[in-house]
Design a protein around this ligand. Structure first.
Ligand SMILES: Nc1ncnc2c1ncn2[C@@H]1O[C@H](COP(=O)(O)OP(=O)(O)OP(=O)(O)O)[C@@H](O)[C@H]1O
Ligand SMILES: [Mg+2]
Length: 246
């Protein structure tokens, strides 16, 4: 049994008076890819914002590696090895690939270490090295997501929160991004992902979480969740075209 690296216990949070998370409790096991699915508006992105210190927590607690991080700020979480890759595009499109990477290290004090980490990221993703002098906007959507991931890797994270990485990407690109997540997991990083593309995401996941109206509705091993008829009907779509591919 792997230890949980991240736990939420009875987390209540939202936006001003609008409560979205109504006592969310969940566990993410160390070294897994864990995918959170759920209907639009269920609060999946809100869970990420709560964990990353972007929302005040009204009650409940959040622990990372056993430490209470309920009231930590994003900067403190970055320093502890938590990286957040939000939904959508998060690059400086006019700047080069390398410059985007450099900006990912602005919270790092040690410049030599930053340069070394950039080299490691460029080794890890040869595509980024090849295109390091290109403007970020000239990369494909999938390549841009990989650049965002690479930028997060500069901080040597142990937990990556990635929100809908496949959105707007062609299937081949989705595959590429998912392959990188698998590589990350295999190198010991825990990946917590939110995905609409539930079937493909669960296929590469160890664990799955189902969020409904700000509460955990179901949790378990990804294959079991994939096979669960309740989940199938709700989130995976019943179309023949969709059921054909894993
Ligand atoms: N900044 C905000 N201010 C007010 N309400 C917000 C804000 N962000 C999100 N919400 C509301 O919180 C609820 C949950 O939003 P959230 O983005 O967490 O859902 P989600 O599960 O990620 O949905 P999706 O699958 O569409 O991305 C929604 O009703 C949304 O309208
Ligand atoms: Mg969302």
């Amino acid at each position: 049994m792997t230890e949980p690296v991240l736990t939420l216990d009875g987390v209540v949070a939202g936006y001003g008076r609008l409560t979205i998370l109504h006592g969310t409790t969940l566990r993410v096991r160390q070294g897994t890819i864990t995918t959170m699915i759920g209907p639009n508006g269920a609060g999946k992105s809100t869970v990420f914002k709560a964990v990353f210190g972007l929302l005040p927590i009204e009650s409940g607690t959040i622990h990372f590696k056993g430490e209470d991080i309920t009231v930590r700020r994003p900067r403190e979480l970055l320093a502890r090895g938590v990286v957040y890759v939000p939904q959508g595009r998060n690059l400086f499109p006019e700047l080069t690939v390398r410059h985007n990477l450099e900006l990912g290290g602005v919270t790092m004090r040690d410049e030599a270490l930053l340069r070394q980490r950039i080299e490691q990221v460029l080794d890890r993703f040869p595509m980024l090295r090849e295109k390091s002098t290109r403007q970020a906007s000239t990369l494909s959507g999938g390549e841009q997501k990989i650049l965002e991931l690479g930028r997060g890797m500069l901080l040597d994270p142990s937990l990556v929160l990635i929100d809908e990485p496949s959105i707007g990407l062609a299937p081949l690109m989705v595959r590429q991004v998912f392959d990188e997540l698998i590589r990350l997991r295999d190198s010991g990083v825990t990946v917590l992902m939110v995905e609409q593309n539930a079937r493909s995401a669960l296929a590469i996941s160890d664990d799955a979480l189902v969020l409904e109206q700000g509460r955990l509705a179901l949790a378990g091993r990804a294959p079991d969740i994939l096979a669960d008829p309740r989940v199938g009907a709700l989130f995976l779509g019943g179309g023949l075209g969709e059921t054909a591919s894993p």
